[in-house]
Write a protein that binds this ligand. Sequence first.
Ligand SMILES: [Zn+2]
Length: 194
Amino acid sequence: MPKKKNRFRRGFVKEAEEYAEDFRFEMDRASHEPLSALDLADFLDIPVCGLSDHPAIAESDKAFFRGPGNSLFSAATLPQGTYRSIVHNDYQHPNRQNSNVMHEIAHILLGHPTKPPLLEDSCRNFDADAEKEANHLGFTLLVPKRAALYAHEQFATVEQAAKYYGVSVPLLRHRIQITDVRRWSENRARIGTR
Ligand SMILES: [Zn+2]
C-alpha cells in the first residue's frame, strides 16, 4: 500500500506525542498509562463544565441536549479574558465526553482562536487544518503511541483496552493502526528489546 501523504505540518505528529509524554511525566504517570481529559484539564487549570450543571443554561435547553439534540452539541471552548474554559455535553456517552473535552484541550494547547457563540459546536466554525490538528492531538493525548502499544500487547481484546483508556473502540483501533504499533511490537520481539 502506498504511504499516505502526511497531512500535518512538519513535526506535528512528534510534537503531539511529546505533549502526551510530558503531561504524563509531570503527572507522575508512566507513558503508557491512561490520562482522562478531566484529569488533564484539572492539571492545566482549565475549568470544565457539563451542560447538566451549567448555571447559565435554561432547563429547556438542557432537556433538548439530553434528548433530541443530543448529537448536536459536543463541546466548545469559551474565552474568559486571557483564560479559557470548556463547556461540554455531559449527556453524551462517557467515552465521547472524554474525547470531546480532550479535543477542546488540544485546541487550547495549540492556541487556536475560540469561536463563539455558546451552544453551537465551535468546531463547525473552525478551519479544517485546526480541526485536524485538534483531533490528532486529542486522540494522541488519550492514546499516545506507548499506550497503543500497551493496548496491543497487554490486553486480550481491544474492547478491554478501550475501557482501560476510557475511549471508544474505534478511537483505539484508529490509534493502533496509525501508530503502526503492530509492526513495532513484532520488531521489538524479533530483536529482543522490551
Ligand atoms: Zn474542534
